[in-house]
Design a protein around this ligand. Structure first.
Ligand code: KG4
Ligand code: ZN
Length: 376
């Protein structure tokens, strides 16, 4: 008979930015994905306001957890663990999720898993396409990150191959949208406008693609400035700005570089699976061009459906379930939010006391740790 750990039932909480996400999964099966977003409250500021986000998480947390449990048709007492984004992200926003996860886990007597937001963006694809091949190359593109990561085991072995040296891809979308007065967040609206524009209308620069440039690093700050200058010049000349063409040409410059470098990394490293995750992976042109270039290179492409690409709780639950399934150590009750948690830390395990090392089951271990932390 299958071990319970094969299909663990895990609830995941995500509060690293402006989405309060609560997901419930059983193994690699998605049971519920409840999201409450405070994005409208930030729109007039043109970016996420941390204090506003934290307050919104606080208000949305309990109702969103209850909605997820109802949607999944499971009882909290049947959970095998509770996972939460421990970082990276906005410190105050993360803290709301971490505190809620601790309260539920402690009250229910369940192990707690503080997990990495970036690894969760990769792991979520298991809910759509089944277990991740090992190794998998992951192109992670979001509002705060743009990285190429080589994952041999999503719970314990994620190696950075390259990253942006300035702006994240999503950040570039948001900034260009602001210059075009298209509102916030910029990604979805640029995606929409670009569909009616000419991607070759304007030759915007492709950052870090010279022969001596770092093969797997990205740079979007020069592109962003080039777009802003181009628009300024048009406006100064009293000419109308062709918004659709600017959107399409800018978007093409971003996705051209992202896909080119991702495919190259796969080829160089002999990895035949590429996964694309993070909010920018929802971009329709990125998905299409990646498909085209992967097919040509004989690489299998995996991209989750758009709703699973942007921040959500299901991705955290998916990674939490993988932690339980692989019997990774649970987190301690004094788990803290780490706004700059490194991408190599897929989760934050409790420190193993030397004499117990290799003996305790993660499940027992968490309770052992709890007493020490609470009463010492
Ligand atoms: O992963 P995510 O939801 O939050 C972070 O962890 O940052 O990513 C948000 C980013 C935003 O910058 C947003 O503009 C971008 O993802 N985004 C898109 C699209 N949908 C969201 N960018 C391009 N095209 C899209 N369709
Ligand atoms: Zn994200």
């Amino acid at each position: 008979m299958a071990d319970m750990r094969d299909e663990p039932l895990v609830l995941g909480i995500e509060t690293s930015c402006d989405e309060t996400g609560v997901g419930i999964v059983r193994g690699t099966t998605l049971l519920a994905d409840a999201v409450a977003s405070s994005v409208d409250e930030h729109a007039r500021f043109g970016g996420v306001v941390p204090e506003v986000a934290s307050r919104a998480h606080l208000e949305a947390m309990v109702p969103t957890i209850e909605r997820a449990l109802k949607e999944a048709g499971v009882s909290a007492k049947d959970l095998d663990g509770i996972a939460v984004t421990a970082g990276p992200g906005l410190a105050g926003a993360l803290l709301v999720g971490v505190s809620a996860a601790k309260a539920y886990a402690y009250a229910l007597g369940k192990p707690l898993y503080g997990v990495n937001h970036l690894a969760a963006h990769i792991c979520v694809d298991q809910l759509e396409h089944g277990p991740l091949p090992e190794p998998t190359m992951a192109l992670l593109v979001s509002g705060g990150h743009s990285s190429l990561l080589l994952s041999a085991d999503i719970t314990s072995d994620v190696r950075p191959m390259g990253a942006t040296i300035d702006d994240a891809a999503g950040e570039a979308f948001d900034k260009v949208a602001r210059v075009l007065n298209l509102g916030f967040p910029g990604g979805p609206v640029i995606d929409r406008y670009a569909r009616e524009g000419d991607p070759e209308a304007i030759a915007f620069p492709r950052g870090l693609t010279g022969p001596r440039d770092a093969a797997y690093d990205f740079s979007f700050s020069g592109l962003k400035t080039a777009v802003a200058r181009w628009i300024e010049a048009k406006r100064a000349a009293g000419e109308e700005v062709p918004v659709r063409d600017v959107a399409a040409s800018f978007q093409e410059a971003v996705v051209d570089v992202l896909t080119r470098k991702a495919v190259r990394a796969c080829k160089d490293q002999g990895v035949d699976h590429l996964m694309i995750g993070g909010g920018v992976a929802a971009n329709s042109r990125l998905r299409a061009l990646a498909q085209e270039r992967c097919e040509k290179a004989g690489i299998r492409l995996r991209v989750p459906r758009p709703k699973l690409c942007t921040d959500n709780g299901a991705m955290v639950a998916a990674l939490g379930a993988e932690m339980v399934r692989r019997d990774r150590a649970a987190s301690a009750w004094d788990l803290s939010a780490d706004s700059s948690l490194p991408v190599t830390a897929s989760h934050v395990p409790a420190e193993q006391p030397p004499h117990r090392h290799g003996h305790a089951h993660s499940h027992d271990h968490v309770h052992e740790m709890s007493k020490e932390n609470l009463y010492s």
